[in-house]
Design a protein around this ligand. Structure first.
Ligand code: FE2
Length: 482
């Protein structure tokens, strides 16, 4: 193949990852190659946008597509698969009217969604899944998660909180603070906007308890946060908007934000127990979607995240960009694995960082159950091969944090999604287990579930589905779901 033909091929393969998957499918046995460990019992549940147009109308931004839930179920070395669209209000209405309805991140007027959202609205929760308040939930950045059945993937309704906490913009990445509570945040927009951190306990009906809050005059777009043993750590990037502009501009949600590098990035450290803001630290401006982990050592806090020099990545995720339909494709900078040092034990007010690896990393994951909020040694993510920079994620990376080394998995014309670590039974080492990733095969135009040995990062096995699975965002493995 000539160089330009190769590029064209890669371009069309990537476009396939942003092409709608219309069929809802249940497959009891996927063809498996290699050996999938028999101890791997349970289900990988994943979420992501899978439909980008209705009738003649198209969504503009990747983050807007209709949520599809995917289930890969493992039993005795066999793999079953099912998928189903989340029956959000906008999905149901759009299908009925055969045109796009409702609102989205980067397509239509946000006021309809952000300010008219009620506690009972079933939003297009296309970002992540979790198990909390005794339910399986799909989430996006709306404050109310959507419940679903992990077996049938049927949409069940919204989580009905029995409290008076209010907010407009929330978080799809809550943290499990041990088994005691789930921590998350939301912002209430108004003449005086307020950033609120809340905890959800194990009681039924579920209640959110305000942990702490602070006023925000200018709102930073924040996708995730981290926790350490004693603290909640929020990074406020200078990708900002004045909340009243959101009401008045008529622009899609994300287009109200602008990059103000002169503001820098501010870390806010909140006490988990009483919610007071312990300290803030100023850093040079950067942007991030995903914190990787945080922990305390010698009285200081270390925050690891996937950092971009600025927020151009969000512009890079418009569908015409991603599908290669534009002539001048802006390639966003790949994100770096940075470790920020918040010197809590000293009087210093600034935070510096070191780079952990020269590999780029996104959709980062760790051995969450045992190492979240603690000093840790291994992180996984998707990454871009520097030799082949014209595509986005075309490899998986396993970073050995202490040795500052990395292993990768890649295959020609293959585009992997978020790697999910699953611990082996009676595991001793942090990385004793497997890593699961849904990979798009651009050559065969279908997807497969890849199983890697978490320590060697070598393939153990794979299970193919007959169709392509559009690139997704986040998933988790649940041992109990057979
Ligand atoms: Fe995310």
């Amino acid at each position: 193949m000539s160089h330009s033909t190769q590029e064209q091929h890669a371009g069309s393969a990537i476009a396939l990852g942003y092409t709608s998957l219309d069929e809802e499918i249940v497959l009891d046995h996927l063809p498996v190659s290699g050996n999938i460990p028999t101890w791997l019992e349970g289900s990988l549940l994943r979420n992501g946008p899978a439909k980008f147009e209705v009738g003649e109308q198209r969504y503009r931004h990747w983050f807007d597509g209709f949520s599809m839930l995917h289930r890969f179920t493992f039993q005795q070395g066999q793999v079953a698969y099912a998928n189903r669209f989340l029956r959000s209000d906008s999905y149901v209405e759009s299908m009925r009217k055969q045109r796009l309805t409702g609102s989205a991140f980067g397509t239509t007027d946000p006021c309809k969604a952000i300010f008219r959202k009620t506690q009972s609205a079933l939003i297009n929760a296309n970002v992540s899944v979790d198990q909390m308040v005794g339910e399986f939930v799909a989430m996006t950045e709306a404050p109310v998660p959507v419940r679903f059945d992990p077996h049938t993937l049927d949409t069940l309704g919204v989580v009905e909180y029995d409290d008076r906490l209010t907010g407009h913009h929330g978080c799809a990445h809550p943290h499990h603070d041990g088994t005691r509570q789930v921590l998350s945040f939301m912002t209430e927009f108004g003449p005086q906007s307020e950033f609120k951190v809340f905890a959800i306990g194990n009681q039924a009906p579920p209640q959110r308890r305000l942990v702490g809050s602070y006023a925000v005059d200018i709102y930073s777009y924040i996708h995730s946060f981290s926790i350490s043993e004693h603290y909640i750590i929020i990074a406020e990037y200078p990708y900002q908007m004045k909340p009243l502009d959101l009401l008045q501009s008529g622009k899609p949600f994300i287009e109200n934000f602008h990059w103000y590098p002169e503001h820098g990035t501010r870390f806010v450290v909140m006490d988990k127990q009483d919610g007071h803001v312990v300290r803030t630290f100023q850093a040079e401006s950067f942007f991030s979607f995903h914190h990787i982990n945080a922990f305390e050592r010698d009285g200081d806090i270390f925050v690891d995240l996937a950092a971009y020099p600025d927020a151009t990545i969000i512009r890079g995720l418009y569908l015409d960009q991603l599908r290669g339909e534009l002539h001048a494709i802006e390639l966003p900078h790949p994100s770096e694995f940075r470790r920020y040092h918040l010197p809590l034990s000293s009087e210093a007010t600034t935070a510096g960082y070191e780079r952990i690896t020269n590999m780029s990393i996104e959709l980062p994951t760790i051995n969450y159950r045992r190492y979240n909020a603690h000093d840790y040694g291994v992180a996984y993510g998707i990454s871009t091969d520097k030799q082949n920079p014209a595509v986005i994620a075309n490899q998986l990376v396993r970073v050995d944090i202490r040795n500052r080394s990395a292993l990768t998995w890649a295959e020609e014309n293959c585009y992997p999604g978020e790697p999910v670590f699953v611990e082996a039974p009676n595991a001793q080492a942090e990385d004793d287990g497997v890593v699961l990733s849904v990979v798009l095969d651009g050559q065969k135009c279908n997807s497969f579930l890849l199983v890697l040995h978490a320590q060697t990062f070598q393939e153990i096995g794979r299970a193919e589905v007959p169709h392509h699975i559009p690139f997704g965002f986040h998933g988790l493995f649940f041992p109990g779901i057979e």
